[in-house]
Design a protein around this ligand. Structure first.
Ligand SMILES: [Cu+2]
Length: 451
């Protein structure tokens, strides 16, 4: 539906230097046009670099994206210097907030890349459709099963790879069957890696093992309408980190999704799309299952959970030269984490409430429009409103460990020291927006080649 206006750069280089009596042939260097400025779309089938299981690692293959890491798994992406919650990451349309207070499992670590069909990266504030904030950008891991609508049969895909560096082994399978009325698709991935040796021959903690499986059932009564339900499970075990004082014996992630899309014709509203998702993360990190603690009395563990409910209802409209999207979205993340200390077999003293049963909810209303001024110029503008509600429940409970956080203070006590007040409930009303003008700069001899 969108008119693809492009900031294109197609350059030709012609040179014919003369050395003595000899003349060199003309050399023409061409590049492909960029579809949209500051937007990258990675089609996983088109990659020819072997499997990359970790979604954060995959993102670093896109120019302009870097990542920080603590071990061999769970790279945390950075776009234009911004990271963490300043990047909106949606996995098959849903929000998944990691279970580790120490960022061992950023959302992109659940973007097991080979189980997705496409990754779209929108750098910076170019859209208000995918949640509030996101000043660093938006990353959309997408699963598209459109091809099955016309396939009327089955298809299968398997792949595997080995990396000499840390002995990484990765493999995945993607099996689908369907007809014009519906489909079933199962995608699975397994990966493992060992510690690697640095230049001095020292072993660096970076081992991991992860398995994931996805079952998607779809109903496709027409080319423009569909309903999809899916279940996804990810199990990461024995993940070690050179950059942390703890390792992860296990992280369990489960996600449930319901997606509905319905196309309309003849009116301004052309498509209605809705989704509701629920994800749970159960995470444990400690300093004794996969390494030796520094002292007999310093055995520590920190179990945590992070459950996220998210949903959206989007309307796509076309009116004259305007293409618009408007709708509502919602997400609520409930997280809880406690750190315990003790001796071997008795790590039971509450040392700190890392996440004191915190709930962060956000309900948003947005509208975004794109106006084609001409074939070469486009105006894009959007506005959104978010109501954010934050509460914490375990803020008055105090640690009972002799080495507890700051004189055994409760979370509310720590808030007073570090934030200047002990409010445990907050609400915000946020307004966000963007105005963007784009123009093709075509350097080709024939301008139509840029369109
Ligand atoms: Cu952790």
């Amino acid at each position: 539906m969108k008119k693809a206006l492009t900031l294109s750069a197609l350059m030709s280089l012609c040179c014919a230097p003369v050395y003595g009596a000899e003349t060199m042939d003309v050399i023409i260097v061409e590049d492909t046009q960029i579809s949209e400025p500051a937007k990258s779309v990675l089609i996983l089938d088109n990659r020819a670099k072997g499997p990359v299981t970790d979604g954060g690692d995959l993102l670093t293959t896109i120019p302009g994206i870097s990542a920080s890491r603590m071990g061999g798994h769970g790279s945390d992406p950075v776009i234009r210097g911004q990271s963490h919650s300043r990047i909106n990451i949606l996995l098959d349309g849903s929000y998944v907030h990691g279970g580790c207070p120490n960022r061992m499992d950023p959302p992109s670590s659940y973007g097991t890349s080979e189980t997705y069909d496409e990754v779209e990266v929108i750098k910076g504030s170019q859209s208000v459709q995918h949640g509030g904030g996101g000043s660093g950008g938006t990353v959309l891991f997408k699963r598209n099963t459109e091809a099955l609508l016309v396939m009327n049969g089955s298809r299968g895909k398997v792949s595997g790879g080995y990396r000499g560096n840390s002995g990484g082994v990765e493999g995945f399978g993607d099996l689908a069957m369907g007809n014009s009325q519906g489909f079933a698709r199962f995608i699975s991935n397994y990966s493992t890696g060992n510690d690697y040796k640095d230049g001095s021959g020292n072993s660096v903690r970076s081992s991991y093992e992860e398995a994931t499986g996805n079952l998607i059932l779809g109903w496709t009564p027409s080319n423009t309408s569909r309903a999809e339900i899916s279940y996804e499970a990810t199990r990461a075990d024995d993940v070690t980190y050179a950059g942390s004082g703890m390792d992860t014996p296990f992280t369990n992630h489960d996600a449930y999704r319901l997606k509905i899309k319905h196309g309309l014709s003849g009116g301004v509203i052309q498509q209605i799309e809705g989704q509701i998702s629920y994800s749970t993360v159960d995470h444990l990190m400690d300093n004794y299952s996969l390494r030796s603690p520094s002292a007999a009395a310093m055995y520590m563990r920190a179990p945590s959970t992070s459950d996220t409910l998210s949903g959206r209802l989007d309307f796509a409209a076309a009116h004259g030269d305007f293409m618009s999207n408007f709708g509502i979205d919602y997400q609520s993340n409930k997280r809880d984490a406690i750190r315990y200390r003790g001796t071997v077999g008795a790590v039971t003293n509450t040392q700190s409430y890392l996440w004191p049963d915190v709930t962060i909810s956000s309900a948003g209303l947005y509208g975004e429009s794109e106006y084609a001024i001409s074939d070469e110029q486009r105006l894009k503008f959007g506005l959104r409103y978010d109501h954010v509600q934050i509460s914490a429940d375990k803020t008055t409970e105090t640690p009972d460990d002799a080495m507890g956080a700051v004189a055994k203070l409760s979370a509310a006590g720590l808030y007073t020291i570090y934030y200047g007040d002990n409010n445990t409930d907050e609400s915000e009303n946020n307004i966000g927006g963007m105005l963007r003008f784009e123009k093709i700069i075509c350097m080709a001899a024939e301008p139509t080649i840029c369109r």
